[in-house]
Ligand binder design. Sequence first.
Ligand SMILES: [Zn+2]
Ligand SMILES: [Zn+2]
Length: 282
Amino acid sequence: MQAVISNLEQILKIIHKNHAESEKLIEVFTPVLLCEENLLEELAMKKPALSMKKQKEHIPYIDVKNLPVCTEKSHYICQKLLEAMKIGLPHLEEVLGDLSAAIRPSSARKLCKEFAADKENQSLLETFIRKNLKKAENADYYEKAFSALQLLLIRACHVLLARIERSLPLIEEHKDMLTCPVCGGKPSMSIIRQKEGQRELLCADCGHLWRFNRNKCPRCDFEKDKNLQFTFVGDNKKERAVECLHCKGYIVEADIREMDVMPQNIHALSLGLAYLDALMQK
Ligand SMILES: [Zn+2]
Ligand SMILES: [Zn+2]
């Protein structure tokens, strides 16, 4: 397992070196991603979290609306992540310290469980902050607390879901699905890592990779020659945004056939693709 972490460190160093424009982002996320990987190693499940026999007909396998969340583990995960966030976000030290004191085991469980079920649920975060952080009467403090708590819960839910995903045996190959066969999440990135050039989509929520037709749009499923347009910057054609002329959606894509990236660490590459995201959103 140590190899996974040193491979992750190596990848983060390469991204940092190649992407000066995203330096700040990479510096914020490096301690967080290393913390997550340590947590996933430490809390690895000995047995598959789901009975695959029972799940066979049921896709996605994980019911995120009813995610089983352990009180003690979710609290531990939140506290460890808050420590890692302090390293990359020193200007939020006060807010992160207050959150750390306010998030008790029972509230960690409730926050993680309800956030996993609905990531758009802003009132969950708002209620928690208003109820537990007195200083939130100040608008500036409230803004900071809201974004810190949101980032914390995104990362904590990622650990909880990736922990289940990694426990699963090699699952039956599901191809060309627009959402993750394991957790139902949306793909955040497209990856070419097989010699033959097959494409895989990466789930931002649980880290699962699944095969997807290279000619199809992963946003709307439309398939037609020349429908997908590639945008890249300079000569670096290995990193690109793939845009669909049909639905105008896009996904960032990396060809990593010449890189040594362990599958667990592929998600870290999204930090290096942030500039493409910014470019496409303009
Ligand atoms: Zn997933
Ligand atoms: Zn499309």
